[in-house]
Design a protein. Sequence first.
Length: 327
Amino acid sequence: MRNRLRRLRMNEGIRAMVRENAVSADDLVYPVFVAEGNVVKKPIDSMPGIFQFSLDTLGEEITRMVESGVRAVLLFGIPSKKDEFGSESWNDNGVVQNAIRFIKKEFPEVIVIADICLCEYTSHGHCGLVSAGIILNDATLPLLSRMAVSCAKAGADIVAPSDMMDGRVAFMRDELDKNGFQNVAIMAYSAKFASGYYSPFRDAADSAPQFGDRKTYQMDCANGREAMREIEADIAEGCDYIMVKPALAYLDVVKEASQRFDVPLVTYNVSGEYAMVKAASKNGWIDERRIVMENMVAFKRAGAKIIITYHAIDVATWLREEAECRK
């Protein structure tokens, strides 16, 4: 046999020479939940190793993140009070705005991404205004944009609308520009599917809808071509990054998006994916490190440039350990 592909796998050195995809700490974004209060470090039972932090405990987690080599954080806020409008979301002294200012002051090298959505801030838990049980699209856009501008004022480098309202990127871009934030980027949750993989997140962010579900605005999990239309719309409206969420069950969508669009592509390794790995590892059924790294490579192989993951600190630490072993 003249062609023996196994010749390219004979030892680690050769495998490394021909490896097509690799993960770097620069690819990773670490999601963090910030709650109001003092001395808060509340564990999320469904997400082992993940916590809610108050402003006075947030620094220790950002320090841990920076020391691992991760340089970007995605912030979610848990306010102490909610209303039907989500008005705390655009409070310039709100929980996320204060966290942004703190991080930019104490860790100026960190890229701060602010999740833009009303679900954590509304009493009904939906991502937009509600009337007679209907989530209102157009009436929600000014409120999302107010939150984006407020987070930009606080120092956010990137705002990330995750609401899935039609037209929100264009509305948000216009409002950011009007307020002098032309250089604040928009990372659009472009193809966000209505997924069962989000359940642990709703524990972490206290954001479960109080009635119905989010299927009228988040995408149907059966639709891949529609995802391309959603992404096209966000690009046309001026987003700087596109995202597919969740990650593992939607790698076909990630792959197609990477081949069709020349825009930085993000995928979100969501809470349910994280929780499943943690549960299986706890029971001794899998090798956590090996599974997590295999997942990370799968995201890169599918075409993602950036990976949002709760495993970020562990992944960066493992990468550093591997690099040190090769010295």
